[in-house]
Design a protein around this ligand. Sequence first.
Ligand code: ATP
Ligand code: MG
Ligand code: MG
Ligand code: MG
Length: 579
Amino acid sequence: MRASQTLLATLRETPADAEVISHQLMLRAGMIRKLASGLYNWLPLGNRVLKKVERIIREEMDNAGALEVLMPVTQPIELWEETGRAVQYGPELLRFSDRHGRPFVLGPTHEEVITDLARHELQSYKQLPVNFYQVQTKFRDEIRPRFGVMRSREFIMKDAYSFHIDHASLEQTYQVMFDTYCRIFTRLGLNFRPVQADTGSIGGTGSHEFHVLADSGEDDIAFSDASDYAANVEMAEALAPNTPRANATQALETVATPTQTLCEEVAELLGVALTQIMKSVAVVAPVPVDADTLKANPTAQPGQRFFLLLLRADHELNEIKAAKLDGLKDMRLATGEEIQAALGCVPGFIGPVGVNVTVIADRSVATMSDFICGANRAGEHLSGVNFGRDLPEPIVADIRNVVAGDASPCGHGSLNIKRGIEVGHIFQLGQKYSAALGASVLGEGGKPVVMTMGCYGIGVTRVVASAIEQNYDDKGIIWPDAIAPYQIALVPMNWQKSQRIQTEATALYEQLKTAGFDVLMDDRNERPGVKFSDMELIGIPHRLVMGEKGLDAGTIEYKGRRDNESRDIPLADLMAFLQ
Ligand code: ATP
Ligand code: MG
Ligand code: MG
Ligand code: MG
C-alpha cells in the first residue's frame, strides 16, 4: 500500500477520554474512531489488524475440523423465552420490535440460534460430533462500556458450538478446542494463560478462560509461579482445580480462616445466628475506614471496625443499591430496615448512628461473593448468579492480602495474583440449551438422545486491544509480526524530488510485495521525522529507509521496531535478511 493512497489518520495528542494505553494508541494510530458510547468505526489500518486476527482464528478452527457458518445478529425473542434467558440475561440484552410489533433481540451470543438450527438439521448420532463456528458481530448493552474496543457494546466474537452424543465426546472436543485456543493465542503473539473459570450466565459444568496478562485487565487471576496451576479468582473453586480434594480443602482452609472468623464476628456483633449470616450474606470483608467510607458514612470514625456485607444476589433484597466504595458509585448504603429485614437484627444498631456495618447488594459485585464465599465455604450456599465484573479495589486488595504469597493449591510454588484481560472462554454446556429447545438425535439404539453441547468464544476485537496492552513503548504500538497491519514500512528519502529514489523505491516495493510481504511505502509529501514517528506510532515491526547515499553504496537502512539502532544491509542480501 502507498501511504498517499490510504487513510493514515494519526493524532499527535493523546485523546483525553482514553484511559488505557491500547485505547489511546488505537485512536492515535488511526485504527478506530468512536461513533457513540461502546460503538466504534474501524478505519482501514485497524481493519487490517482485525482481518489478520480473524484469519489466524479461522485457520486454526478449520484445522480443528470446525465448520464455519454465519448466523443473524437479529434473533427472535421466542428462542430466548424457550431457554429462559429472555429474563435471565438481564439488561445487557437489547430488545426491539419490528414494524409488525414482533419482538427481537440483538444477539449477545448465539446458543439459542445454533441449537435451534441443530434441532432442525441434525437427525442421527452418525452426524456427531460436529462443531459449528462463526465470526460475527455481537451486541451487549454493557452497563459501563469503556477502554475502547476492549469493552464495547458492539464487538466481534468468534463463537463456536459443538454437539455430541454424550459427555465423553464433549470432553474430547473440549480438549481439542483448549489446544486450538493455545495455538491461536500463541500465533497471535500474546502472553496468555488459560485459567479455570466460572460458567457465568452461559451455564454448564466445566469452563476455562484465556487471559492476556496486562495491568489494565479487569479480572484478577491467581496462578502458581512454579506450575501450570491457574485460576480466575472470581471462581469459588478457583483455588483448587485439577488438584486432589485434600489439597483443595487445605487451600480453602488457608484462605478461609480470616473470612470465616469475620462471619462469626459479624454474627456476634449483630446478635444474629451465624447460620443467618451464612444464609443471607455472600461476602464479609473488613473495610478500611478511608476518606470514601467517611464521606458515605458521616458517623464513621477512623479506627472503627467496619465491615462490608454483601447480600446474596438471589436474596430478596438484591435490589438494594449502596454507594460507598470506589467502583460502586451508583449504589447506596442499605438502610437499617433493609438489613433488619434480611438479617433480623436491630436496625438502630446498624443505622446512621454508630454505623459499623455496611450492606451492599448488587450483581456487579456478586462475582466477589463467589470468591470469598468459596474461600470460606459459605460459597456452597450460593448458586447461579449472573456474574458481573469490576471488583472494587478494596475488595481485591483484601483478596490479595489473603491469598498472595500463600502456597499454591497445587503444592508447587507460591500463588501470584495478576491482572488479566479475558480474550477467550470455553464452556462445557452439557444439555442446558439442547434440553430446553428439544435438540435431540436418534441414538445408536434408535431412541432419541438429547445432544450434549460445548461452546467456545474469542473476543476478536478485544484481542486487538490486548495485543497492544502487551506491546507498546513511548513511541507507540509494537505489533507482533503475525497481526501487524503491515510488516514492513518502506520510507524513501527525498521521494518528491528524486526520480532515482522513486524508481528504485517503487521497484523494491513491488519486489517485496511479490515476495509476500505486506508493505507500506511512505510516499507522502512529509518530512522524514513525521514519517518515522508515524511508522513507529502505528507499530510496523520492520522499517527500511532508502536514501541516495545508501543506493550509491548498494545498501538500505534497516531498523526493527524494538531496536535502538538502525543498520545498513546490502541491497543484494535484503530479501534473504527479511525472510
Ligand atoms: P467479560 O467478563 O469481559 O464481560 P464475558 O465473560 O461476559 O466477558 P463471554 O460471554 O465469555 O464474555 O464472551 C466470549 C468473549 O467475548 C470474552 O472472552 C471476551 O473476549 C469477548 N467479550 C465479551 N464481552 C465483550 C465486550 N463488551 N467487548 C469486547 N469483547 C467482549
Ligand atoms: Mg460480560
Ligand atoms: Mg467473563
Ligand atoms: Mg466469559
